[in-house]
Design a protein around this ligand. Structure first.
Ligand code: NAD
Ligand code: UDP
Length: 327
């Protein structure tokens, strides 16, 4: 049985990846320090014989007994609210954490795939974003802690490939959504759905003319699965090119939820990218991948998930207490 370590396993993407690799017959080792994740996302896996979980912070030395064939490094805060609250941890997990996992990959002879992001393009001056665009990032702005950690992560990953011959893969993930996102993590989809369910107005930042392109989680997981199994070591964009302004998206949510909420406008956060759309030519050519789930279908599934949460969960302002993690 192939053995795979998935860091960030209790998070949104990590938990879906655990499900997929279990389904494919792998022995899955999940690892997470639960800083933004939640064990409820993987509790259904605990009874399985081919799953085990380590409660561990990957910025500390990582040790896995026995052989390891693959590593998926998905541990990192991912929402702007999270990485504003825990900037040092965000920098450390992208740098020290990645260094530890590359070292582990090297001693185990394992293939490692790291989760990079469209944020490496910053507030992009090239549209749509191709993998050969170098980006436009404010190193010392509020998003710098995330963007630069991810840029460093890509650099150290390529260095381990070049100098230590480690077998690497790099996915640049564009905004991905679906069940198990944290309701109050501040990202736009849980934010809007939560507001609609609580009967609050939808908060659009800026004039709402900034764009995003949303990818449903099953498509993202399929792209990552194919990339891991490919022989391509350079970055690959995985995302859905269907671009929409945030204002139009808020209107879609109002329609979807059947509520009569209004849109209210709040200031645009500093360095909020004004446009984002993946060019997925490389993924199509190398992986034969393209997204299959449209926004209407994906958002319906996601809305049903959030609707199924308890009232208590819905009304909680923020159920993550970071105080124990502040370094
Ligand atoms: P998430 O917050 O739901 O999951 C991240 C997980 O990593 C959490 O369970 C958290 O507890 C864990 N973690 C954080 N620091 C850790 C540490 N030091 N040690 C161990 N575990 C740690 O976020 P997500 O959306 O699932 O994102 C997962 C990965 O995908 C991240 O690397 C993120 O940068 C990347 N990504 C996600 C998106 C997206 O749209 N969801 C877009 C681009 C990139
Ligand atoms: N946004 C918004 N209202 C909210 C939350 C987010 O208008 O309540 C906007 C945000 O300013 C950004 C877009 O939605 O332009 C996507 O934000 P998100 O935090 O989901 O991810 P980002 O792509 O910015 O990392």
């Amino acid at each position: 049985m192939k053995r795979i370590l998935i860091t960030g396993a209790a998070g949104f993407l990590g938990s879906h990846l655990c499900d997929r690799f279990i389904k494919e017959g792998y022995y899955v080792i999940g690892m997470d320090n639960l800083i933004t994740g939640d064990l409820k996302n993987i509790q259904h896996l605990f009874k399985l014989e081919n799953f085990e979980f380590y409660h561990h912070d990957v910025t500390k030395f990582v040790n896995i007994p026995d052989k390891l064939d693959y590593i998926l490094h998905f541990a990192s805060p991912a929402s702007p609210i999270d990485y504003l609250k825990i900037p040092i941890q965000t920098l450390k997990v992208g740098s020290l954490g990645t260094h530890n996992l590359l070292g582990l990959a090297r001693v185990k002879g394992a293939r490692i795939l790291i989760a990079s992001t469209s944020e490496v393009y910053g507030d992009p001056l090239v549209h749509p974003q191709t993998e050969d665009y170098y980006g436009n990032v404010n190193t010392i702005g509020p998003r710098g802690v995330y963007d630069e950690a991810k840029r460093f992560q890509e650099s150290i990953t390529m260095a381990y490939h070049t100098f230590h011959n480690v077998d690497v893969r790099i996915v640049r993930i564009f905004n991905t959504y679906g069940p198990r996102m944290r309701l109050n993590d501040g990202r736009v989809i849980p934010a809007f759905i939560g507001q609609a369910l609580r009967g609050e107005d939808l908060t659009v930042f800026g004039d709402g003319m900034q764009t995003r392109s949303f990818c449903y989680v099953d498509d993202q997981v399929e792209g990552i699965y194919r990339l891991l199994n490919s022989d391509y070591v350079y970055p690959v964009n995985i995302g859905n090119p269907d671009e929409i302004t945030i204002k139009d998206f808020a209107e879609e949510i109002i329609k979807l939820t059947g509520t009569d909420q209004k849109i209210v406008y709040e200031p645009l956060p500093k360095d909020d990218p004004l446009q984002r759309q993946p060019n997925i030519t490389r993924a199509k050519e190398i992986l034969g991948w393209e997204p299959k789930v449209g926004r209407e279908e994906g958002m319906k599934i996601t809305y049903d998930y959030f609707k199924s949460l308890s009232n208590e969960e819905l009304l909680k302002e923020e159920h993550k207490d970071f105080s124990g993690f502040i370094h």
